[in-house]
Design a protein around this ligand. Structure first.
Ligand SMILES: COC(=O)[C@H](Cc1ccco1)c1ccncc1
Length: 130
């Protein structure tokens, strides 16, 4: 019904604002666009579900997410993939893993501090009703 669409519009506004703030953070530059398969030809042999901040933004606009949990499942792929594909002790791998951990923590803190718990529950009810 219309009231449900009002709720989902507000969720999309929150998710776009969160995603855009992450895209503007210099630490997360490597996470803004998909990993370039021409640059990294073995990437898809290691990573089954690539994800990046631009793809998240497109998914939001395509109404893919009805709850914060669904959004976070995709968003978590970004840092999980980075930890998985870059496991070595060399400085470049350690650097991207540090940024991946910063991305994980930053997302969770923003959601904890800025997304109302009752609003999250309303979104879950909408998902369960569909
Ligand atoms: C999320 O980005 C990545 O996983 C790539 C993988 C990669 C390896 C070589 C080129 O790109 C990355 C980018 C920047 N610094 C480290 C690794």
């Amino acid at each position: 019904e219309e009231q449900e669409e009002d709720v989902l519009r507000e969720l999309r506004l929150f998710l776009r604002n969160l995603t855009e703030r992450l895209m503007l953070d210099r630490r997360f530059k490597a996470f803004v666009k998909p990993v370039d398969i021409e640059e990294v030809p073995d990437y898809l042999m290691v990573i089954q579900k690539p994800m990046d901040l631009s793809t998240l933004l497109s998914n939001i606009d395509e109404h893919k997410y009805v709850t914060i949990k669904e959004f976070m499942s995709d968003a978590d792929l970004i840092w999980q993939n980075a930890l998985e594909y870059n496991p070595d002790s060399d400085p470049a791998d350690r650097h991207i893993r540090h940024r991946a951990c910063a991305l994980k923590d930053t997302m969770r803190v923003i959601v904890r501090d800025e997304l109302d718990k009752d609003f999250q529950r309303v979104c879950e009810e909408i998902r369960e009703s569909r």
